[in-house]
Design a protein around this ligand. Sequence first.
Ligand code: UT7
Length: 324
Amino acid sequence: MNKVKIAGTGSYVPDNIVTNDDLSRLVDTNDEWIKSRTGIITRRISQGEDTSQIATKAALKAMEKAKVLPGDIDFIIVATATPDNFIPSTACMIQNNIEAINATCFDVSAACSGFIYAMDIATQFIKTGRANKVLIIGAETLSKILDWKDRSTCILFGDGAAAAVLKSGDEDGIISTYTGSDGRLGDALTCRAVSVNNPYVDKEAEKFNPVVKMDGKEIFRFAVKIMQKTINKLLHDSGCSIDEIDCIIPHQANFRIIEAAAKRLNISTDKFYIDLDKYGNTSAASIGIAFDEAYRKGIFKHGDTVILVGFGGGLTYGGSLIKI
Ligand code: UT7
């Protein structure tokens, strides 16, 4: 089996910063509630750039870091719940933008766990020798599927994109990965697509109105339990103890979820890299943005052991234990 390393990362968020006070002018909310219940202070909201555009910017940064040419990329895997189109895939649009003419391109739908799922798929392709260099991207313009009149959801999310180039190397970077799904809890976080509508359907078609609907408490409970389970599984599979972990990059949904998971794991929240105060929940992009930001800040050094862990709609979950 080939060894897999992360050769470079990149991220991009739209310039437009929206504060909690800004949102209090749209819905009945306030800075104090949002800050104390979630930890979020600002988020970036697109003023027109779509998912493929912000994803392309993140991808170009990751490729530059990894010193990889577009023609050398074997696969582009994009995790997103907010594609530009049903067809073509966001991955194919990015392929066209960056001229990665030799790549096979497809999207993955795993909501906020998407970056981990994409990383897992890329790892399998490289390990088996099917690919040498894979570009993975988590990108969302969640703002286009939010109900901006629903204060229980519109305050949580932000737009952004993150990318990483994975390639075969002499050192193993991805030590263990664990993923799972629980479709029984699918109703806890939904965004309806088009209903069946054709000349053979009797009843009138539902109006196409794709907006996020969420049972926040259900997701909260699931998230805390699954973060603990995923981290323990990764530690068990890799033979590491929690003390050997230098940093945990969690899905950036809510500071209180991270706090509760840390308590169950008997560790300090200081072990977690947190940037949700600045970007809110960017869904499939959140882990990648935090990972890239921590890299750029010099928080990791060669040989550090890092855990990425996420959860999201589906419901889905997953994590990776990585050696930098
Ligand atoms: O990537 C996965 C995506 N989803 C998540 O991660 C969501 C996970 N869940 C959460 O983060 C939390 O459940 C929320 C932040 C969504 C909600 O926090 P909570 O502590 O569970 O609040 P709650 O839903 O129990 O609401 C408490 C009160 C309610 O008022 P009453 O019934 O007590 O009078 C809500 O109507 O807060 C009210 N409320 C708000 N007030 C001001 C709900 N949203 C807001 C708001 N501003 N934005």
